[in-house]
Write a new protein. Sequence first.
Length: 187
Amino acid sequence: MRKNLRVSSTSRPPVPGVSPAIPGPPEPDPFTPEEFAVWRGLLRVYETVTGELDTRLRTEHGLGFDAYGVLITLVTAPDGLAIGELGRRRNLSPSGISRAVDRVARDGLIERRPNPADQRSLVVVLTDRGVRRLRAAQVTHHAVVRERLLGNLDARQLTGLAELWEVAVPGAVTSATWPAPAEPDPL
């Protein structure tokens, strides 16, 4: 037997593909249908592309998506990065980045070296073996991203999508490092 659920006249219209209201408190400040479509689409695209990347990188190169992320981040920093900075750029917790670095270091793809700036702390650097493994994995990475995302868009759509991402999250496209460096406070 189905209960009749009352919807207030101030609630937003139902989002297509979402179950009707369920018993209990109402959803606080629900997404509009347009907001929900964008958010759901972003999550589905992300999961589709990164899931396929992880599978193919592991199968073809013995590297998971996280390990690839460590290598691709370090290739942009020839003098290495402090582990904390590497974790910040990879959006990983201190324990998460330590585990990721340990796994990749065991394969000889990266190593810890004394920080030339202070000789007390360590930096993580890409080894020659790591660069070679990264370059081989990039062939798969680029192919998967093109197969699952970029190849479905024409040049105008690619440009438009990049512009939208930059508007949504300033620096997402234009910053050389991520997260984008914080803007200094104008005093």
